[in-house]
Design a protein around this ligand. Structure first.
Ligand SMILES: [Zn+2]
Length: 117
């Protein structure tokens, strides 16, 4: 939890990303801290996103007991009316095994997203 707090602090003073289309949280079973080795890379530009993740706000690459998350920066996320915390929880959900089909996603109404700014 300390690591997550540090990351969120870093995101708040640096950059992150999200968009209305990503304003969905994973189902409760996947919306929890990741227990493996988590690497979060804040990327300023599309060219720094992994292949297949261009134009996305975040991208999780689970690999057994580790997971790498690429996130666009805060400014980019906020420009898309997104909230960095929600994007991160979304991507960590994928690290925890939530499928790409987003089954069971919990959508957040736009007005409620502002609470996470
Ligand atoms: Zn997703």
């Amino acid at each position: 939890m300390i690591k997550l707090t540090t990351v969120l602090l870093a995101l708040s003073i640096g950059t992150a990303h999200a968009g209305p289309f990503d304003a969905v949280l994973p189902p409760a079973e996947f919306d929890r801290p990741y227990k493996g080795r988590l690497t979060i890379k804040i990327v300023p530009d599309d060219k720094d996103m992994p292949a297949g993740c261009e134009h996305m706000v975040g991208c999780a690459t689970p690999n057994g007991t580790s997971c790498v998350i690429h996130l666009r920066n805060d400014a980019w996320i906020r420009s898309e009316r997104g909230a960095p915390e929600i994007v991160l929880r979304h991507e960590i959900g994928h690290c925890n095994g939530w499928g790409k089909d987003h089954a069971g996603a919990r959508r957040i109404p736009p007005l409620e997203i502002e609470k996470y700014y």
